[in-house]
Ligand binder design. Structure first.
Ligand SMILES: CC(C)(COP(=O)(O)OP(=O)(O)OC[C@H]1O[C@@H](n2cnc3c(N)ncnc32)[C@H](O)[C@@H]1OP(=O)(O)O)[C@@H](O)C(=O)NCCC(=O)NCCS
Length: 221
């Protein structure tokens, strides 16, 4: 199945058929993602299942080959056949074909959205008594922030969620290398969402039960 690399959400993409089983997450993609993008408050990245010419019914995502390298292995967040050192152009962070939202992304907006996540910046208060002493002159701690992440039910269990997280990590590592941003945070109010992030290496935070953190220094390896 030709699942594309994660790329910026575009105006012409079909957001209305996306169904992840969580109505607020579906509704946010439909009604708010582009507005936030236009406001430059949150950028949304999607994985598209592109219809193949002559493939026939594009409503059958189950037709993919199990050996498709794009759909295998999650493990650690940077593991997997597509995993690579930060700086290389896999996650679409720097490649010309994977523009940033609001950029001059051209092209083919066709295909179904298999999954999405939104990325923003955030800042968190340092917890008093943290073991690590800050060398930064100012508080609070800056962070990258995955506010929402969801996979269409028709694509569940095929590595799409892990690939979205990996993309968020790769984009965050780009910023980490430039300015030293220490952490990627992910928000989820659901126990299943928390278990998913923990499976991929995130850890609970001490300041918010809905926030989970991945140290970018560790992710950079
Ligand atoms: C949670 C969600 C994003 C997972 O997406 P997915 O594409 O089905 O997950 P993947 O196939 O990429 O799974 C990657 C790995 O995570 C594991 N995993 C998936 N969901 C998990 C969960 N709820 N708890 C623990 N592990 C989970 C998989 O077993 C897989 O492990 P493996 O690589 O060791 O075999 C998806 O179920 C979803 O959209 N849920 C509703 C929305 C939601 O809860 N979002 C979370 C943040 S808001």
């Amino acid at each position: 199945m030709p699942l594309a690399k994660p790329t910026a959400l575009l105006e012409g993409m079909d957001r209305n058929t996306f169904t992840c089983g969580d109505d607020p997450l579906d509704a946010w993609l439909r009604h708010h993602a582009l507005d936030h993008q236009h406001d430059r408050t949150t950028n949304t990245f999607v994985i598209i299942d592109r219809p193949l010419a002559g493939r026939g019914d594009s409503d059958t995502p189950g037709g993919e080959r199990p050996s498709d390298p794009d759909l295998t292995g999650a493990g650690s967040v940077l593991d997997g056949p597509r995993a690579q050192r930060p700086g290389a152009d896999d996650a679409g962070t720097e490649g010309a074909g994977h523009p940033l939202p609001g950029g001059e992304a051209s092209g083919d907006a066709g295909g179904r959205i298999a999954g999405y996540y939104c990325l923003a910046t955030a800042a968190v208060e340092r917890v008093p008594g943290s073991r690590r002493r800050s060398r930064r002159p100012t508080e609070p701690v800056p962070a990258m922030f995955v506010g929402r992440l969801a996979v269409d039910l028709r694509y569940a269990g095929r590595g799409v969620g892990a690939r979205l997280v990996r993309d968020a990590v790769m984009r965050s590592l780009t910023v980490h290398r430039m300015v030293g941003l220490p952490v990627l945070l992910a928000h989820t109010p659901h126990a299943a969402g928390a278990a998913f992030y923990h499976h991929l290496g995130f850890r609970p935070t001490r300041f918010d039960p809905y926030l989970h953190a991945l140290a970018l220094r560790a992710a950079a390896g």
